[in-house]
Design a binder for this molecule. Structure first.
Ligand code: SF4
Length: 296
């Protein structure tokens, strides 16, 4: 189970859910996000700084992911139940450390005061939802026996090949029980059945490629942790995997259209990357400061 295939580095772009969503939302934002070094108008440091801005909701999700990851790694060392007092103290420390090392979008653009206590209250709520869930009880009973085979947010970005194209599908947590592989992805934001179902098919395709498991033996589950615990599981079959592979090939080709050199992943001129007309997206865009200054 720990034999994830490795690949030599190449420049060619790799598809991912987040990359393609960015591409769909706004081509200019996509340019800033992935091709900052090719911008002739702005210093790369400025673009990278804006890229690093985080949002309260996003950071809450990131912190929660990391705490759950650390908790699972602790279960790999010992199957003893966790000490909740220590666990929440650790969670508070991590929240404080992370909040003090980040610049928040809400502060940078709106001058809002970011209260760590407010972020931690939500982190704690999310973690309590998880610890009190039937899935956690099930997991403690069934999954810990195979802990040496768990894959917890594998290093790198989950590089894979789908129809010989580079792609990235990074699973949060994968573990075997009997002849099945379970894939769990934690969410702290809104339920989006269509988008998240597709993500589950992507993870299943990843597991199919790396471990040779057929669709019927893969059980992918999206776990929603806020505002209350909920799960989304999708029945995957060979047809859904084939369909996913085909759409990924189309989407990769769409992104290739914006490149002057596909092999080296060199973009066409920035002007080819049109700005969206969706003002709601612009309102919450990290790059709005430079984008509106440089309307080209
Ligand atoms: S401010 Fe609007 S147009 Fe500019 S990059 Fe952001 S989303 Fe795109």
């Amino acid at each position: 189970m720990n034999d994830i295939k490795k690949f030599n580095y190449t420049d060619i772009l790799g598809w991912s859910v987040s990359r393609y969503n960015r591409f769909l939302n706004c081509k200019r934002q996509y340019f800033y996000e992935y091709y900052a070094k090719f911008d002739k108008d702005m210093p790369i440091e400025k673009i990278q700084f804006l890229k690093s801005l985080t949002f309260k909701a996003l950071e809450t999700g990131n912190i929660t992911h990391d705490i759950i990851k650390d908790m699972l790694k602790r279960y790999q060392v010992s199957t003893k139940p966790i000490n909740k007092d220590k666990f929440f103290k650790y969670s508070l420390n991590m929240t404080e450390k992370r909040c003090s090392s980040k610049t928040f979008f809400e502060h940078y653009y709106n001058g809002d005061i970011i209260l760590t206590s407010e972020i931690y209250a939500k982190v704690k709520n999310i973690l309590e939802n998880f610890l009190n869930s039937p899935r956690f009880a099930w997991f403690e009973k069934n999954a810990t026996t195979t802990s040496s085979e768990w894959i917890i947010e594998p290093d790198g970005f989950g590089e894979t090949r789908i129809n010989n194209l580079k792609a990235f599908c990074k699973v949060d947590f994968l573990f075997p029980i009997a002849d099945k592989i379970y894939i769990i992805d934690w969410k702290t934001g809104k339920v989006d059945e269509k988008k998240h179902s597709r993500q589950l098919i992507g993870y299943s395709t990843w597991a199919n490629y790396h471990f040779g498991k057929s669709a019927i033996d893969i059980v992918p589950v999206i776990v929603y942790l806020y505002p209350q615990y909920n799960e989304l599981s999708v029945k995957i079959n060979d047809y859904s995997i084939t369909e996913f592979k085909n759409s990924l090939a189309d989407e990769t080709k769409d992104m290739y259209e914006y490149l002057a050199d596909i092999e080296k992943n060199v973009p066409k001129d920035k002007q080819e990357f049109k700005m969206t007309g969706n003002t709601f997206l612009c309102k919450y865009c990290n790059y709005k400061e430079i984008c509106f200054e440089n309307k080209l």
